[in-house]
Design a protein around this ligand. Structure first.
Ligand SMILES: Cc1ncc(COP(=O)(O)O)c(C=O)c1O
Length: 424
């Protein structure tokens, strides 16, 4: 007889209030933010924090230039602008990601072209990229999704062969490595998010742009501040009030930058704890029939932004769809106190903005060029299957540790052992 599930009135496995929130705020973080006030002129802190974060992140990444901005989307947009991508140009992006990856392309009047994912890593499948390249393609934009590095060597080789730029979306993968190289350091430019939930968190919103390319840096530096040439904090002395091109207001703020600088000191330690938590989950959840745990290629060192779990009813000889099994099990796990859920509800090309060509209105930017763009949802079967069959275990972050992971495993065992109650 299976144990009474919390869903059916049994006791929940993870006690209320047991899970500690992310990001952890330490005394050092508090001090770093409060120190922003400890200055004769608070407005000077804009430059001090921005330059400090730029220097420290460039150093961590081993890259030449960094510009702190106010979101990951802004950072990715600066990558697109920095590489000189323009109206009507195409950028290849994965069909499964947060849609900001593709939005960054649209923001520059360029056209996202989607490629399906590798079902093992859930990142863009390099084997499918060449078929999507046209004479208008200007760049490839791999996403290190869920903290898992994309397969960069074949991506870089394709880019070299076709003379394309490579933009890395590192919104979810600060500190992840591919063949020993840190994600964000391999392409021509990279964008990172420091939004609250991210592995490098500002507690609110923020982003970072990096590149080794002087020209890309120069363009991005202009465009992130109205298209004007000025160093943060030097506006009164230096501002020409002459826009050198269409720019935006993408500057980050000094409080969140001070917080990120403090968090950065613990990034590697926090990543190591999250990896340990997730490896523990894989070790134990892999033993449960019907559950698929993440696969890590030998060359990858992921940082597990979230922990991804797949459902395979065939392994249990169940006559239900992966989606039904996932939804029912998810519900039962939630009742047990496990923070599980879905993230994306559909592939990116399936979203209204692409299906209805909403864009800027009047069909732009797609109508601004002669070539028709097709976004057929069925062209991305792996992204669709992934959305149906997978969910996420959230709160795998430190300071939560193996005690909580043990409870997650216990809840999975309980629920999967009580599928009669779950599917009833
Ligand atoms: C893969 C990916 N790209 C880009 C972004 C955009 O970052 P932000 O929310 O900081 O603009 C996110 C954020 O959730 C993301 O997950």
């Amino acid at each position: 007889m299976s144990e009474q599930l919390a869903l059916r009135g049994g006791e929940r496995t993870v006690p209320e209030g047991f899970i500690k929130p992310w990001p952890e705020v330490t005394e050092a973080d508090r001090k770093a933010v409060l120190e922003v006030f400890d200055t004769p002129r608070i407005t000077e802190q804009q430059r001090i924090q921005s330059e400090g974060l730029a220097r420290e992140w460039a150093e961590y990444m081993g890259v030449k230039h960094c510009i702190p901005v106010n979101s990951g989307t802004a950072a990715l947009h600066l990558c697109v602008a920095g590489l000189g991508i323009g109206p009507g140009d195409e950028v290849i992006v994965p069909a499964f990601t947060f849609w900001a990856t593709a939005a960054a392309v649209l923001h520059h009047n360029a056209i996202p072209v989607f490629v399906d994912i590798d079902p093992r890593t859930h990142c863009i499948d390099p084997a499918l990229i060449e078929a999507a390249i046209t004479e208008r393609t200007k760049a490839l934009m791999p996403v290190h999704i869920h903290g898992m590095p994309a397969d960069m060597d074949p991506i870089l080789a394709i880019a070299r062969t076709h003379g394309l730029g490579v933009i890395e979306d590192v919104a979810q993968a600060h500190g992840a490595r591919y063949k020993g190289r840190v994600c964000g350091s391999m392409g021509d430019a990279a964008g990172y998010s420091t939004q609250a939930s991210k592995t490098l968190s500002s507690g609110c919103q923020g982003g970072l742009f990096t590149t080794n390319d002087d020209e890309a840096h120069h363009r991005a530096a202009l465009l992130q501040y109205f298209g004007e040439r000025v160093v943060p904090g030097r506006e009164r002395e230096e501002q020409e009030y002459n826009a050198h091109g269409l720019g935006w207001m993408y500057r980050g703020d000094m409080f969140s930058q001070a917080f990120v600088r403090s968090q950065l000191r613990r990034l590697d330690a926090n990543n190591a704890l999250r990896v340990r938590n997730c490896q523990f989950l894989t070790e134990h959840l892999a033993e449960i029939p019907g559950i698929e745990t993440p696969l890590t290629p030998d060359e990858c060192e992921p940082v597990y932004y979230n922990y991804v779990v797949g459902f395979d009813p065939a392994a249990l000889a169940l006559d239900v769809s992966p989606r039904t099994l996932r939804e029912k099990v998810q519900e039962a796990l939630k009742a047990e106190g496990v923070p599980v859920g879905q993230w994306q509800r559909r592939s990116v090309p399936a979203q209204d903005v692409f299906q209805k060509r909403v864009g800027y209105g009047s069909g732009c930017p797609w109508r601004c060029r002669d070539v028709a763009t097709v976004y057929d949802i069925d062209d991305y079967p792996r992204a669709n299957a992934f959305v149906d069959s997978h969910c996420y275990v959230f709160d795998v972050n430190p300071p939560n540790g193996l005690e909580l992971m043990g409870l997650y495993v216990e809840a999975f065992r309980k629920v999967m052992g009580g599928l009669g109650q779950v599917l009833a």
